[in-house]
Design a protein. Structure first.
Length: 57
């Protein structure tokens, strides 16, 4: 999460972190929320990929 804040990519998770930080949330709160959001996106993409692989087999 700290790399996202340093590189400032045009990314959903970065915008989420930036929004929480600008709301005045404590560091641990917005970092944990950002990690949670990242994992949810990653899990969804992985699940969709595996579902697509099952359809092709």
């Amino acid at each position: 999460m700290s790399v996202l804040l340093q590189t400032k990519p045009d990314d959903t998770v970065y915008h989420f972190l930036d929004r929480k930080r600008s709301e005045g949330k404590p560091y641990n709160v917005y970092m944990t929320a950002g990690a949670n959001k990242f994992l949810r996106i990653y899990y969804g993409k992985g699940k969709a990929y595996l579902a697509a692989q099952e359809k092709t087999n």
